[in-house]
Design a protein. Structure first.
Lengths: 196, 202
């Protein structure tokens, strides 16, 4: 087990969204545009990194019976920090992510990594794990966001990328488009995996 | 419009128009995870209705009489999630004692109600929600009813999904589409159908 391996496993092999299918709520809700996806990805990565560090530090003094509530309090504390910092410095992004910032608390990826990894490994490995998983999450969100924004609005990061004759299919940035886009992307991943 | 009318509007909004799963994207993990069999979907749905109703009631009281009174609103997320975690533990113990069969079929998903974002979502939404006139904030009864109806909305689509997926097992699906991808695409088509309740033309 080495640092690089833990770091890269979140990108492809154990990708939190496409392979583990965790954290579906933010994946579908905030990927209406690339910028929202990136904001959500970085916020979740920050919380994941901090909570993984703290949890791996306190793993020996946490009674195993109440470990889940302990993890949740640690995570909720960092989520509150992100919530307040974002409200102060990035009010527009905070508004468009809305309810889903406090809901990072119940993002299965973060609690999942705390339980499955940080509670069993040392700090350095937990940092690698958090960075890899967070990055995998952010990249997957951006991928879904890219597809939805280009198809649904004809833009990428707010810049127009499609020819003016393209009539954006609004459905891609509405709720049904979220499910359908992710479904097809996942099928595509499966297809590529089978070919290998 | 009397209070009954208000309740009717709330029910229609929570169940159909702003459905928790299909329009608000809350509670997707159990929606995709526990929708393979009809009976476990029903058990999960009932557990969620129960927890959501109870959580709405308790978090409303905590918000009003602790957080707002003592100016502690920045602790809202932590206070709410702890309340919900304790509640779920309680429900789990009750089900384990009184309905072991149900407990076995729900298995790993009961503790996961804690991390079901629909429960925390409804608690947070209740603190900022308004009645249909747009000025009256939710009172205690409104919050409890909203929690209950949102849970019903979740259960309705969970059951519909479970029914669809049971039929799906008998049909031929391309290999790369099997499992999660086809479930997501079906959810998308369902969401499209629910957009009809909103009166959207796409």
């Amino acid at each position: 087990m080495n640092f690089a391996k833990e770091l890269t496993k979140g990108l492809i092999k154990d990708n939190p969204i496409f392979v583990l299918v965790l954290g579906m709520c933010p994946t579908l809700a905030v990927t209406t545009s690339v910028i929202n996806a990136l904001g959500m990805g970085f916020a979740a990565t920050f919380v994941l990194l901090c909570s993984n560090i703290i949890i791996s530090l306190i793993k020996n003094i946490t009674p195993s019976k109440i470990r889940i509530p302990v993890y949740i309090v640690v995570i909720a504390a960092f989520v509150s920090i992100v919530d307040m910092v974002m409200a102060a410095y990035l009010p527009a992004l905070h508004k468009s992510l809305g309810l889903f910032i406090p809901l990072i608390v119940v993002n299965c990826i973060i609690l999942g990594r705390a339980e499955a990894f940080a509670s069993k490994n040392n700090v350095v490995m937990s940092i690698a794990d958090a960075l890899g998983m967070g990055l995998g999450f952010t990249l997957s969100l951006s991928l879904v966001g890219t597809v939805r924004e280009i198809v649904g609005a004809g833009t990428w990061l707010g810049m127009r990328v499609t020819p003016l004759t393209y009539d954006p299919a609004l459905i891609a940035i509405l709720a049904p488009g979220a499910f359908i886009t992710l479904g097809f992307l996942m099928a595509l991943m499966n297809m590529l995996k089978e070919k290998k | 419009m009397g209070y009954l009318g208000e309740i009717f509007v709330m029910a229609m909004t929570a169940i159909f128009i702003q459905n928790f799963v299909l329009a608000r994207f809350l509670g997707l993990c159990p929606y995709l995870g526990v929708s393979k069999k009809l009976d476990s979907a029903l058990g999960m749905g009932l557990a969620v209705i129960f927890v959501m109703t109870l959580a709405s009631a308790i978090t409303f009281l905590i918000n009003k009489y602790l957080l707002i009174r003592y100016d502690l609103l920045y602790l809202q997320t932590i206070a709410f999630i702890l309340t919900i975690a304790a509640l779920v533990q309680f429900v789990e113990m009750v089900i384990q004692k009184n309905a072991p069969a149900l407990y076995n079929s729900l298995g790993v998903f009961l503790p996961l109600i804690t991390t079901n974002c629909a429960v925390l979502g409804v608690a947070i939404l209740n603190t900022t929600a308004f009645r249909s006139d747009g000025v009256t904030a939710y009172n205690f009864l409104d919050s409890v009813l909203n929690g209950f109806f949102s849970g019903v909305g979740f259960t309705v689509v969970l059951l519909a999904m479970a029914g669809l997926r049971m039929r799906l097992e008998k049909s031929e699906i391309p290999k790369s589409m099997q499992g999660m991808p086809i479930a997501l695409i079906i959810a998308g088509i369902m969401a499209l159908a629910f957009y009809g309740f909103m009166g959207w033309k796409i």
